[in-house]
Design a protein around this ligand. Structure first.
Ligand SMILES: Cc1cc2nc3c(=O)[nH]c(=O)nc-3n(C[C@H](O)[C@H](O)[C@H](O)COP(=O)(O)OP(=O)(O)OC[C@H]3O[C@@H](n4cnc5c(N)ncnc54)[C@H](O)[C@@H]3O)c2cc1C
Ligand SMILES: *[C@@H]1O[C@H](CO)[C@@H](O)[C@H](O)[C@H]1NC(C)=O
Ligand SMILES: *[C@@H]1O[C@H](CO)[C@@H](O)[C@H](O)[C@H]1NC(C)=O
Length: 381
């Protein structure tokens, strides 16, 4: 590393809001890439949930891809965490299949692993991914405020940013001024709402998904036992995505175009689950078995109704000096493109790398925009 490049942030204060995938990756990457001969920035992380709740078991297994340099496995490799992730992940060739209503294979997408990656896809639980990122991020000299929710942020006349936070336990409010604010507070970003209210709102993408996770005793039926796939009935605008998690568990998500509905995420009461299954069976009546039995085996704690929403990526330019949006706080892909975690990982890595390699904050943010915006725009299309 060229000496003294990152001195523009040396000793400055950085506040990271959100210890999700993007925020944790940024903290871990900055710690790894920072020139140790320079004073590190004074880093504070604010996370709404407690440390324990934040890591709590999430039933969803994330697919992290590695088919090109803009995907999550590359960031995990750069962080030196690939080996550890691999111990908790199932490897996959990354094949995506497209089936007709009667399970004829219409298309197959087969990505090659990028560079020296061992696979083009890994499946890892959100819990394991976040725990591994957090353990690395906690090696950084940072102050962690768990259970503290950022309520607002404003730019002060001197260019600093004032962050207001509520302690969820005591309901007391405190403020902190910083030189750089990293907004990694997810799709419903409060900071985005406060500081860039007019740029790209979260928009309904025209379809609602219903689904859940099903455990099939005796193992997953073919052909949904191995690869990620989607079954389509194009004429009706109905599609079902199958994401096998392990030998007997599969996530399913049935979508239909139509007006926006209210979201609901499990646990579902017995009558609500029955209604969800009936709806799926009616909507997906054209799909041959094992569609019906997969829906029938849905675990009520995992059921969901989710309108697909998306938001275009933003570039930072020269506005709002020192405020950077990462991951879902910057761009949201609708739930048909399961790539949000990939983008969050790459955003976190790239911002830290640009900070450590450039000579000014403006240059670092401009380089970050050049990496982050096109890859999100590409996936949104
Ligand atoms: C069911 C489901 C399955 C998915 N599967 C995949 C997949 O297979 N592959 C994939 O790549 N992507 C997947 N995604 C998308 C992926 O989960 C997201 O894109 C990713 O989590 C975004 O990371 P993030 O760090 O930007 O935001 P988040 O993970 O949402 O983290 C934001 C963090 O900020 C905290 N926070 C929020 N507001 C505040 C506040 N005001 N103050 C303090 N803290 C705050 C939150 O508690 C949270 O910890 C899936 C999403 C869902 C819902
Ligand atoms: C929030 O309040 C709890 C309970 O008093 C306290 O233990 C914790 O340290 C506080 N957190 C912060 C960041 O002030
Ligand atoms: C910032 O760093 C990147 C990566 O090293 C480099 O490509 C880019 O030219 C730098 N930008 C400026 C303005 O120095």
């Amino acid at each position: 590393m060229a000496p003294n490049t990152a001195q523009f942030l040396s000793g400055n204060r950085i506040v990271v809001v959100g210890a999700g995938i993007a925020g944790l990756t940024f903290v871990a990457a900055l710690h790894q890439l920072w020139d140790p001969s320079l004073d590190p920035p004074e880093l504070t992380v604010l996370e709404e949930r407690s440390r324990e709740l934040s890591l709590q078991q999430d039933p969803y297994v994330l697919t992290v891809n590695g088919g090109n340099r803009d995907e999550g496995l590359v960031a995990l490799q750069q962080l030196g965490l690939l080996g550890e992730i691999r111990q908790h992940a199932s490897l996959n060739n990354g094949v995506v299949r497209v089936w007709s209503v009667d399970w004829k294979q219409l298309a197959t997408i087969e990505p090659e692993p990028y560079g020296t990656l061992p696979a083009a896809m890994m499946r890892v639980s959100r819990r394991d991914l976040k725990r591994i990122l957090l353990e690395k991020a906690e090696k950084a000299a940072a102050t962690w405020h768990w259970g503290c929710s950022c309520t607002t942020a404003e730019q002060l006349p001197d260019g600093q940013i004032r962050v207001t936070t509520v302690n969820a336990t005591t309901r007391t409010t405190f403020t902190q001024d910083c030189d750089m604010l990293i907004a990694a507070d997810g799709a419903d970003s409060k900071i985005r709402e406060k500081l860039r209210p007019l740029d790209g709102k979260l928009q309904y993408a025209g379809a609602t998904q219903i689904g859940g996770i099903s455990r099939i005793h005796g193992g997953l039926p073919h052909p949904v036992h191995g690869d990620y796939g989607l079954q389509m009935s194009s004429g009706d605008g109905v599609c079902c995505i199958y994401t096998p998690f392990d030998h007997d568990t599969v996530g399913w998500a049935l979508s239909r175009t139509g007006p926006e509905r209210d979201a609901k995420v499990g646990p579902f009461e017995p009558h609500e689950l029955e209604a969800l299954k009936e709806e799926a069976w009616t909507t997906g009546a054209m799909f041959d078995e094992p569609f019906r039995s997969i829906v029938g085996a849905t675990d009520p704690t995992t059921a969901f109704i989710r309108p697909a929403k998306e938001r275009p990526a933003i570039a930072h330019g020269s506005r709002l000096r020192g405020v950077v949006f990462l991951g879902d706080a910057n761009h949201v892909l609708n739930s048909f493109v399961l790539d949000g975690a990939n983008l969050a990982l790459k955003d976190g890595w790239d911002l830290a790398e640009q900070i450590c390699r450039n000579v000014s904050l403006e240059a670092a943010i401009a380089s970050y925009d050049k990496l982050s915006v096109p890859r999100a725009e590409h996936l949104l299309k």
